[in-house]
Design a binder for this molecule. Structure first.
Ligand code: PGA
Length: 248
């Protein structure tokens, strides 16, 4: 079993004052360094400073990157720049970017490639809509997204999958244990079909309304290799409780 991966996605939240929360989390992790991989993804503006103060047991990542290494892309940030700023991972294909920035799965794959080329762990997000779930098409929708969003030839150690049903994000609604188990098992099958036995080593993290009250039971499900946390990652006590659920 690989260590669980606990990711805090701060989205468009966080100013200099919140760096103290990252520092405090780093200190609190010193008693359980080997039990979970903890990653905070603050906004771009905090990455470099966060990486300096996070300590050895909290890694810093980004929430997006551009698919090119450099060039005439005003306002964009490349994976190499993130690595240079101290990031070790990047979330690509979050549903908020797919929905609001029109990111296709092909573009997400290009971003994941750029991330891996820069030496970052790519956390590739997929997830079905409420309508797809209600219509019985959740497994197919996620398999289709997965097949286009995971770059060809990527090494199993270079990425993780974030399964985030859109209807669970920020809603307080969480899929049942059976639904999470079914979906993670399906994603696992797709990964093994794609990568062979090494597909078993890819961590599949669940995201969508993860809270201290449900983290432990979600993390106990088969093929759940961690959690991706939005709202609760902004509350230091709640995030630390989730980390402790992953690293008891
Ligand atoms: P949430 O967000 O935990 O607030 O539901 C999760 C995410 O969007 O990554």
């Amino acid at each position: 079993m690989t260590r669980p991966l606990v990711v805090g996605n701060w989205k468009m939240h966080g100013l200099s004052a919140q760096l103290a929360d990252i520092e405090a989390l780093g200190v609190s992790m010193t008693d359980r360094p080997a039990k979970a991989d903890v990653l905070i993804c603050p906004p771009f503006t905090l990455i470099e400073r966060a990486a300096r103060i996070a300590g050895s047991f909290v890694a810093i990542g980004a929430q997006n990157c551009h698919h090119e290494t450099s060039g005439t892309w005003t306002g964009e940030i490349s994976a190499r720049m993130l690595k240079d700023s101290g990031a070790s991972a990047v979330i690509v294909g979050h549903s908020e970017r797919r929905q609001h920035q029109g990111e296709s799965s092909e573009r997400v794959a290009a971003k994941a490639n750029a991330a891996v080329a820069a030496g970052l762990l790519a956390i590739i997000c997929i997830g079905e809509t409420q309508a797809e779930r209600a219509g019985g098409g959740a497994l197919d929708a996620c398999a289709a997204q997965l097949s286009l969003s995971v770059p060809k030839g990527i090494a199993a150690s270079a990425f993780a999958i974030g399964y985030e049903p859109l209807w669970a994000i920020g809603s307080g609604q969480v899929p049942t244990a059976a639904q999470i188990t079914e979906m993670h098992g399906h994603i696992r099958q797709c990964l093994v079909a794609r990568l062979g036995a090494s597909g078993n080593a890819v961590r599949i993290v669940y995201g969508g309304s993860v809270k201290p009250a449900n983290a432990r039971s979600i993390l106990a499900l088969s093929d759940v290799g961690g959690v991706l946390v939005g709202g609760a990652s902004l509350k230091p006590d709640e995030f630390e409780a989730i980390v402790r659920a992953a690293a008891p």
